[in-house]
Design a protein around this ligand. Structure first.
Ligand code: PBG
Ligand code: ZN
Length: 327
């Protein structure tokens, strides 16, 4: 008489307890890396208009904020330098008294091994033209840029960085950085490569935050074309061969297919970067009452993990932990 349905998936959706029991994907605070924008000076904690809740910090203020972050359970940070002198060749990127090395030394003096510090290695915040390398005739030169990137990575390692993260997309940079770090006694400092980095419109708010927009042109001559898929596999194969320790996909939300594909291909840990545009879009929508911030943020975090990301670099990390959004 009645309808016979043998399989009813809804049985395991009936209560929170059973849903929690069968949920496949677990999230942990240990997956998060929180980005910071650091600048020289004192007493600086300036809000970044394009990124609600995110600030520029001078080293003294950074120490206070990181102390807070540590209490929340954030123990990994990624540092970006802002406001250092800009030159045509970007050489202040490897200045020992630059914003990033100064911030590293302060944090390490204060927190030692309790904090794991990664640094972005790229010159776009240090060049007058805002490109990620040496510019000649509106073209970013690959090989001449490698030296300055390696020197920048070395400067960070010497200041005490725990990991370096090249984001420039020059060919061969992982190998060159690895060689110099090894030669100078930093064979134990890993490289998290921005292996699969697309030329994306989602970096807009970041470029305001880092003051790193190209004055002319765009980054499509060195970052990846979002119409390509399989090229990401070539990029990760090259970075693996050159000695990368962690492979990153960036951006994250519009690139879940790429994260998944990279996860299938490599045995290295995979990171994804939930970038500024993804963050600001959500924050602005939430501030207008259009979406449930907690729900949407957590849905995204699970999606990144489901796709295969082990590590998530996200500006949401503080909100997630401060508001206890993790189960
Ligand atoms: C520097 C760099 C960028 C980001 C990280 N490192 C910007 C860019 O490539 O233009 C973007 C991060 C974000 O949008 O949150 N090369
Ligand atoms: Zn750059």
């Amino acid at each position: 008489m009645g309808i016979i349905i043998n399989n009813r998936p809804r049985r395991l959706r009936k209560s929170a307890i059973i849903r929690d029991a069968v949920a496949e994907i677990r999230l942990s605070k240990n997956q998060f890396i929180y980005p910071y924008f650091v600048t020289k000076g004192k007493n600086i904690k300036h809000p970044i208009a394009a990124m609600p809740g995110i600030h520029h910090f001078s080293p003294d203020e950074l120490v206070k904020d990181v102390e807070n972050a540590l209490q929340l359970g954030i123990n990994k940070v990624l540092l970006f330098g802002v406001g250092d002198a800009k030159h045509k060749d970007g050489h202040s990127a490897h200045d020992h008294i630059g914003s990033v090395p100064t911030a590293i030394r302060r944090l390490k003096a204060e927190f030692g091994q309790d904090i794991h510090i990664s640094t972005d290695v790229c010159v776009c915040a240090y060049t007058t033209h805002g490109h990620c390398g040496i510019l000649a005739n509106e073209h970013v030169l690959n090989d001449p840029t490698l030296d300055i990137l390696a020197r920048m990575a070395l400067t960070h390692a010497e200041a005490g960085a725990d990991m370096v993260a090249p984001s420039d997309m020059m060919d061969g940079r992982v190998g060159v950085i690895r060689q110099l770090l090894d030669k100078e006694g930093f064979s134990q400092v890993p490289i998290m490569s921005y292996s699969v980095k697309y030329a994306s419109h989602y970096y807009g708010p970041f470029r305001e935050a880092a003051d790193s927009s190209p004055q002319k042109g765009d980054r499509r001559g060195y970052q990846m074309d979002f119409r390509s898929t399989r090229e990401s596999l070539r990029e990760i194969a090259l970075d693996e061969a050159e000695g990368a320790d962690i492979l990153m996909v960036k951006p994250a939300l519009a690139y879940l297919d790429i994260i998944h594909q990279v996860r299938q291909q490599t045995d290295l840990p995979v990171a994804c970067y939930n970038v500024s545009g993804e963050y600001s879009m959500l924050k602005y929508a939430a501030s207008q009452g259009l979406v449930n911030e907690r729900g949407m943020v957590m849905e995204n975090m699970y999606a990144f993990t489901r796709a295969g990301a082990n590590l998530i670099i996200t500006y949401h990390a503080k909100d997630i932990l401060a508001n206890k959004w993790l189960p």
